[in-house]
Design a protein around this ligand. Structure first.
Ligand code: SAM
Length: 229
């Protein structure tokens, strides 16, 4: 336990972090939600034709009405819960490989009165097995930090779970695997967070997906062979 450490992030000391205007419970079992991830919410609301925080006029809806959403690597549940609260009629699944993280996501769902379905899963294994119905849209802020980046503040990151931060292959291993699995399942929309320095490599890798836009850290992909009405 490091309760007395002066470097412990304030969010862990206070046990809460604001995300998209709401307080989320956080413990050292989950990543502290970051402001750059809020743009992922704006991106999905934009696709759903809804107004969003930054006040930009919404675009016409491209997602089906009441889409099934899967948040892969949900951690505190901040993305899944926010989307459920903003898009009330949607079915939202929240998955994570970490049972400890899912417990926090469940607490947050209860706190915010957001009925989401949580499930332990390594990437899309539970979609492939049929435990989760095939989503219309997958959102994911997976671990993408490369341990070798020389700008990392390793001291402050050391309080957060390694499983939530780091990935092999220059930080891209899990993102690439998710892209492969999503393409195999022909998931129509894939919204990913990654460091902007990784975007070019990800766009190149996602050969079955067309990039529809980038917003800060967020990449939006549409499956190439999805029929657009
Ligand atoms: C960067 S954190 C994101 C947490 C939260 N979605 C957010 O945006 O604050 C990544 C999450 O992915 C989970 N994770 C790591 N490897 C995974 C895998 N193979 N399959 C599913 N989830 C995984 C971690 O446990 C962690 O909760």
């Amino acid at each position: 336990m490091n309760a007395a450490s002066p470097n412990k992030p304030v969010a862990y000391q206070e046990g809460v972090q604001d995300f998209y205007g709401r307080d989320f419970i956080v413990t050292p079992d989950v990543l502290i939600p970051r402001p750059e991830t809020e743009q992922l919410i704006d991106t999905v609301l934009n696709l759903a034709g809804k107004p969003y925080l930054t006040g930009i006029k919404p675009s016409p809806r491209v997602l089906p009405e009441n889409p099934v959403i899967l948040d892969v690597g949900t951690g505190s549940g901040c993305i899944a819960i926010t989307l459920k609260l903003e898009l009330k009629e949607t079915k939202v699944y929240a998955s994570d490989i970490s049972p400890e993280a899912l417990k926090i996501a469940q607490k947050n769902a209860l706190k915010h009165g957001a009925p989401i379905t949580t499930i332990i899963s390594h990437l899309l294994e539970k979609v492939k097995s049929g435990d989760i119905s095939t989503p219309d849209i997958i959102v994911a802020n997976l671990p993408y930090v490369d341990k070798n980046w020389d700008w990392l503040d390793k001291k402050s990151l050391s309080y957060e779970p390694s499983i939530a931060l780091y990935a092999e292959d220059h930080g891209l291993a899990l993102i690439k695997k998710l892209i492969d699995e999503a393409a195999e399942l022909k998931i129509p929309y894939l919204i990913l967070e990654a460091d902007p320095c990784q975007h070019e490599a990800i766009i190149k890798y996602a050969k079955y997906y067309n990039l529809s836009r980038t917003d800060g850290y967020i990449l939006s992909f549409i499956y190439r062979y999805t029929h657009q009405a």
